[in-house]
Design a protein. Sequence first.
Length: 224
Amino acid sequence: MTYVLCDSSSLISLTGACLEGMLYFLHEKHKVRFMVPQSVVEESVNRPLSMKSKIYSFSALRIKDLINDGVVEVTDVEVMEDTRRLLKEANNIFFARGKPIHLIDLGETEMLAAAHELQVPNLLMDERTTRMLIEGPPLLRSHLEKELHVNIMVNRPNLQKFADYAKGMQVIRSCDAAVIAYENGYFKSFQDMEKQAAEAALYKIKFSGCSISFNEIAEYVRGL
């Protein structure tokens, strides 16, 4: 049994691309258990369905289906104390002109806290800033300096606390999930167009919100 904690960004990318079937496939055929904290349900389901604008309603309904069908489980683990502390520390790591840069929101932070508490290292997440903070803080600092055109100062004790907390966590983007699904036979129904279907899925995921470059897609396709 493989456990994977999901954030809103990945679920929105997959449902926006009409590819949530990959989660059903991996859950049913390969015993993957996808989990979310309550804040992700609020962010990706409850809030969009309560808004006057219906632009995000279809994805919200599809995510709700995933939950109702038991493919995505809502965890009730109590991590609010850790979440608040981690949120404060993470958003006081990088500073521009003496002011802290807001890096992560409640949904991603609660997911990290739940992952730490449940000892689940696999995170399905498309949110680029949080992923970079976990995988490569120096690259995130460089990215922020280019984006903001200022020198970025670092609170190293807070960075070390975050790094220690997230140690061992592995981020999987929705595009990575598509490749895993391909390798396990999800696109076999396309027969001789299996590779072409996987490539098309990667492009659809990109334009549904996943942070993946065209060069990365080309590299993935070469490896299929």
